[in-house]
Design a protein around this ligand. Structure first.
Ligand code: SF4
Length: 384
């Protein structure tokens, strides 16, 4: 990726920012396990785990994962169930599935080595622009600037750029600036330094400008309102949805199927469920779905409980209906899970919540409950 042409004055200034940042990083960066290696596989695992997840959460998972799968070959040879178990609790299981299938592709097509070329790296499942640039710059020293939310914030403040990451004009401007600032000799270290600055000093709320190594060149700081950059991205309004959920259980075991509905949570096991804009519509959609898949029959038309759960902009009211398996259900469409072994299972947070509620209601069959936040309250009967 070629950096745009720049004037001599800009070159001098960029050189000074670069040096200040790299020196600060050498002296102050946190000691994180993935910073002690340049093994492309280990860097790749860390970058995948760090997507959407806090550094402190990732550290123990990263260490356990590399103990379980120390090489790409070991990862590729392991069944996905074993990988999912190591990933359990980290969330966004799709990342684990992609990592696993990408490891298999690396073994098959790239001789067991993470490809050192951008175009080849992008052929791997789950490796987008960000991950390719991060791994190639850190592990192979390639001059590719990375752009995550932290780096974008630092760039926006340094240059006092208006806008937010959902605008292509803004994205383009911060990417171009990062590419111009990038250290040609130590691109991986520079990328890590920018992200570290965003995570520990140039914070999303109030930045710690007095201790910032690049304050002297920061336009947002000199204007006196650094926290107003970048602009917050507009929030999508909350959408309330009803989700009719079938609970099939035998003693302490329950039946789950893969995916939720409408393409959500595809990689995780969930109670059979269907969305609707009202409890009635969701119930009917669920009945049709269960009928079509010859899966289960619902016992009653009123739910035994309602669980409230948020997935991004969706506020879900999951209404729970007891159900039984139909004769002739395909075994590959479902799986039995023991209620007391769900901690390590690749299931969604919503499934965990529902499982907790049904465990609580087991000994009080005549009591129905609704869950709102952490408080339990009796459920109003649903009019039908
Ligand atoms: Fe961020 Fe403040 Fe540093 Fe500017 S001076 S980059 S706003 S921490």
């Amino acid at each position: 990726m070629k950096a745009p042409a720049e004037s001599s004055a800009n070159k001098l200034q960029n050189g000074a920012i670069r040096r200040a940042l790299l020196n600060w990083h050498r002296a102050h960066a946190r000691d994180l396990p993935w910073r002690r290696t340049r093994d492309p596989y280990a860097v790749w695992v860390s970058e995948v785990m760090l997507q959407q997840t806090q550094v402190t959460t990732v550290v123990p998972y990263y260490e356990r994962f590399l103990r379980a799968f120390p090489t790409i070959e070991r990862l590729a040879r392991s069944p996905f169930e074993k990988v999912a178990k190591q990933w359990s609790g980290l969330g966004y299981y799709r990342r684990a599935r992609y990592l696993h299938s990408a490891a298999r592709k690396v073994m098959k097509d790239f001789g067991g080595q993470f490809p050192p070329e951008y175009s080849l790296a992008r052929q791997l499942p789950g490796v987008g622009h960000y991950t390719a640039c991060a791994v190639l710059s850190i592990a192979y020293n390639q001059p590719l600037a990375v752009m995550d939310g932290n780096a974008a914030r630092v760039m926006a403040r340094l240059a006092a750029l208006r806008g937010h990451l959902q605008q292509s004009r803004f994205r383009h401007a911060v990417e171009e600036m990062a590419q111009r600032l990038l250290s040609p000799r130590e691109p991986g270290l520079f990328n890590q330094a920018i992200m570290e600055l965003g995570q520990t000093v140039c914070l999303k709320g109030v930045p710690h400008c007095p201790i910032c190594p690049v304050r002297a060149w920061c336009h947002a700081w000199s204007q006196g309102q650094p926290e107003s950059y970048p602009q917050p991205r507009p929030r999508r309004p909350t959408e309330a949805r009803h989700l009719a959920t079938a609970v099939i259980r035998k003693g302490k075991r329950i039946v789950l199927t893969q995916g939720l509905d409408e393409g959500l949570l595809d990689d995780l096991w969930n109670f059979p469920a269907a969305f609707g804009s009202s409890p009635q519509e969701a119930f009917e959609n669920l009945q049709n779905k269960l009928m079509k898949e010859t899966l289960a029959a619902i016992h009653r038309r009123s739910p035994i409980a309602t669980v409230q759960h948020r997935i991004t902009y969706r506020l879900i009211y999951a209404e729970i209906y007891p159900a039984t398996l139909r004769n002739g259900t395909r075994a590959d469409a479902l799986r039995w899970f023991a209620l007391n072994e769900l901690d390590d299972a690749p299931i969604s947070q919503l499934t965990r919540k529902i499982a907790k509620v049904i465990q609580r209601t087991t000994n009080a069959p005549s009591q129905t409950w609704s869950r709102s936040g952490s408080a339990m309250r009796p459920l109003e009967p649903t009019p039908r």
